[in-house]
Design a protein around this ligand. Structure first.
Ligand SMILES: [Zn+2]
Length: 328
């Protein structure tokens, strides 16, 4: 409500707690305050009003603001600010510079929004802020939209990938949790649960983005997430000639993994597509090819997880291990 939202700051914290989040940033616009006839125009007021609820519920609260300009340059979020008043200047460069001098983590919000055909354009303004070392990340996901071009830029320019709600109204109006929907979140690979550790991880580009049934991130983060989520419950199989047997794979993650075969093996046939369902054990058929193979082999079944995106058109490559005894 201290810019153009319709939710009191402490209620934002309660919503975050209900959604199981560890940390939030409330980023009211510095320059746009349509409710100023009714509420304070003090930039830090929303943070102050959220603080005690955050402390009581164990939610980390990051002091933040949105630097809001027309296109270009558009909107920037600045996180981990120490003071917000110096951002209220006419020249956006001065505002971004002030945030940078406070050691803030600065990212480009909703690229593409109000740009031609809603396609992101890397303007000279973005290039300038990036070259000065002030731009640290960009929203690969804003609300329910994944942006492939921003994903590509994050990989090419080494920017932190972010997925944010940009919520203005109550979160339950945007995401229907009984239907299994959830707000987009940035998974931050911090070394401990503290504001300082989150900042360190964000500046070091250690994030992934989770939105609906999609995870976006670098291979080094998605691979351990996938491997830590699954468990092959029948790692030892026996195949006689051209028999079909089943690999049972449990997925403890809250999202389905959509697997596609990367290649066929000489010894066995595996399905072209299979889903590892969230919270369940799924079956993957393994069929002998009767190619005269005998004895024990350790096979790595080659799949690509299409909803774990390591690049805009590339899923995570994974291997499922199976110890197979072949008999004639
Ligand atoms: Zn914005």
């Amino acid at each position: 409500v201290f810019s153009d939202g319709s939710v009191w700051p402490s209620v934002r914290v309660e919503e975050a707690w209900r959604d199981g989040l560890d940390a939030i940033a409330i980023t009211d616009h510095i320059e746009y305050k349509p409710h100023k006839a009714d509420v304070s125009t003090n930039h830090v007021r929303s943070y102050e009003l959220a603080e005690s609820a955050a402390e009581a519920l164990g939610i980390l609260l990051v002091k933040s603001a949105e630097i809001t300009r027309g296109e270009p340059p558009g909107h920037w979020n600045a996180l981990f600010l120490t003071e917000l008043d110096s951002l209220g200047t006419n020249d956006y460069r001065v505002a971004v510079k002030s945030a940078a001098e406070q050691g803030a983590f600065i990212f480009w919000n909703h690229p593409g929004w109000k740009q031609p055909f809603n396609q992101p354009v890397w303007y000279a303004e973005q290039a300038e802020v990036y070259e000065r070392g002030w731009l640290h990340g960009a929203e690969v996901v804003n609300g329910d939209e994944y942006n492939a071009l921003v994903h590509k830029w994050c990989l090419e320019k080494n920017l932190t990938m972010l997925g944010n709600s940009d919520a203005h109204q109550p979160i339950a109006l945007d995401y229907d949790s009984p239907l299994g929907e959830h707000r987009p979140v940035t998974l931050v690979f911090a070394r401990e649960k503290s504001v300082a550790a989150i900042k360190e991880a964000l500046l070091a580009r250690r994030t992934a983005v989770y939105t609906q049934n999609l995870l976006v991130g670098k291979e080094e983060f998605l691979q351990p997430l996938f491997q830590g989520s699954i468990e092959v419950r029948t790692p030892r199989l026996t195949i006689k000639n051209k028999d079909r047997v089943w690999l049972q794979v449990f997925n403890r993650a809250p999202l389905n993994f959509e697997l596609e075969r990367r290649q066929n093996l000489r010894e066995v046939t595996i399905p072209a597509k299979v889903t590892l369902h969230a919270g369940k054990t799924s079956l993957i058929s393994v069929t002998g090819r009767g190619a005269g193979v005998t004895g024990e082999r350790e096979l790595v079944l080659p799949f690509q997880v299409t909803n774990l995106k390591v690049a805009p058109t590339q899923g995570l490559s994974v291997g499922l291990k199976a110890q197979i005894t072949f008999k004639k």
